[in-house]
Design a protein around this ligand. Structure first.
Ligand SMILES: [Zn+2]
Length: 381
């Protein structure tokens, strides 16, 4: 959340436009200019925007033929890229931007008209598809991106946050590498993770890599095609997890909103960090880290966007404590746990959810009915 901007949310709205040759040409020129600017900023070790302007503005205008407003945005973009690289403790070679992406200033850089977007320099891009839901809010800075054969204009907008509400209860979310279990003490829903599906694509990529790393396959054209295929498999694995995290989080947050509940998730920081520390991680571990971090980010984002109260719960003991009396649970058959003190018994996955809910209700100041309602008869008091 941007500081000092409470009550406002910055969102990004995608507008799909026709990839006109003039637009692609400008993006290519911008990209060359951007990489030139990044190199110069690093070579001269420029730090502030005034120095960057003095060294680059005229060159970007005259050598690369960028319109005045685009030249300003181009060196700003370059400075942001270099600063991100400078601040990265694990930085490698100098950054080089490959993606065709251009920063555009509202008004002087681009305008959204009826049916088309006008880019500075009189370039008109026909609008193919867009979301009109946020039309009443002012257009902010935008990015024109060309990738594959799709051209998108991503417009940032400041949208007021919805009014928060006082939750009646909470949807608790328990995450493991096989599935996500969520609900309250009565509702129990499950969504399988896509770790295995993503893993299959990673394995495919790996076996291709192995098969074609032999010296027999040096013909560059064929190698390029294979490389592209390998890359697309890696991308596929990533997209599967991203898509899953987005949809899962939306379902959870929508359910909470419908019921007037909060959402409670575990604090996954410790778990993710310990996984990250593993040396020579295999693909599966990497995918688990990716899945957890994306789900975390998406739940928080959806909760904020829909103004659903969010509780982040310390995960210590959530899978081993009795949700009713707090004693240590004992194994009782396959994936089942039982409390030696009060007789509570349940599935491992449900125990996590119930404990997260119990802790969340405490944090949120809601007095709830902690008694799990669906106990086997012999455990009831
Ligand atoms: Zn107990």
């Amino acid at each position: 959340m941007p500081a000092g901007d409470e009550g406002v949310l910055t969102i990004s709205i995608g507008v799909r436009v026709s990839p006109e040759p003039a637009g692609i040409e400008l993006l290519r020129r911008y990209n060359v200019a951007l990489n030139y600017a990044i190199n110069k900023i690093l070579s001269l070790n420029l730090k502030n925007i005034k120095d960057v302007h003095r060294e680059l503005y005229r060159e970007l205008r005259e050598w690369f033929g960028l319109p005045s407003r685009i030249a300003l945005d181009c060196y700003r973009d370059a400075l942001a890229n270099t600063n991100a690289w400078r601040n990265n403790p694990r930085r490698g070679r100098r950054p080089r931007v490959k993606k065709l992406s251009m920063l555009l200033h509202p008004g002087s850089g681009y305008r959204v008209k009826e049916g088309y977007v006008e880019i500075i320099g009189g370039i008109k891009l026909r609008i193919i598809g867009r979301n009109k839901r946020y039309d009443q809010y002012e257009n902010g800075e935008a990015r024109l991106v060309y990738r594959g054969d799709r051209m998108m204009l991503w417009i940032s907008k400041k949208v007021p946050k919805l009014k928060p509400y006082k939750p009646r209860d909470t949807i608790a979310v328990d995450i493991n590498e096989r599935k996500v279990v969520y609900g309250d003490d009565k509702i129990n829903k499950e969504i399988d993770t896509k770790i295995d599906e993503a893993h299959r694509w990673k394995k495919l990529a790996e076996s291709l890599q192995k098969r074609y790393s032999s010296p027999r396959y040096t013909a560059w054209r064929r190698r390029k095609a294979i490389l592209n295929r390998i890359r697309s498999y890696h991308r596929k694995a990533r997209n599967i997890l991203e898509d899953w995290a987005r949809k899962t989080s939306l379902e959870i947050v929508r359910l909470a909103k419908k019921l007037g509940y909060a959402v409670a998730r575990e604090d996954l920081t410790g778990l993710i960090n310990s996984l990250r520390k593993i040396k020579n991680k295999d693909h599966r571990t990497r995918l688990i880290i990716m899945g957890y971090s994306r789900l975390r980010r998406w739940i928080d984002w959806q909760a904020m966007k829909h103004r659903v109260p969010l509780a982040i719960i310390n995960p210590n003991g959530t899978s081993s404590e009795c949700p009713k009396c707090g004693s240590k649970l004992e194994e009782n058959g396959y994936r089942r746990l039982k409390c030696p003190r009060c007789g509570f018994e349940a599935d491992k996955d449900i125990v996590g959810k119930l404990n997260i809910r119990r802790r969340a209700l405490k944090i949120l100041g809601i007095s709830g009915e902690f008694w799990p309602p669906s106990l086997p008869p012999r455990c009831q008091m």
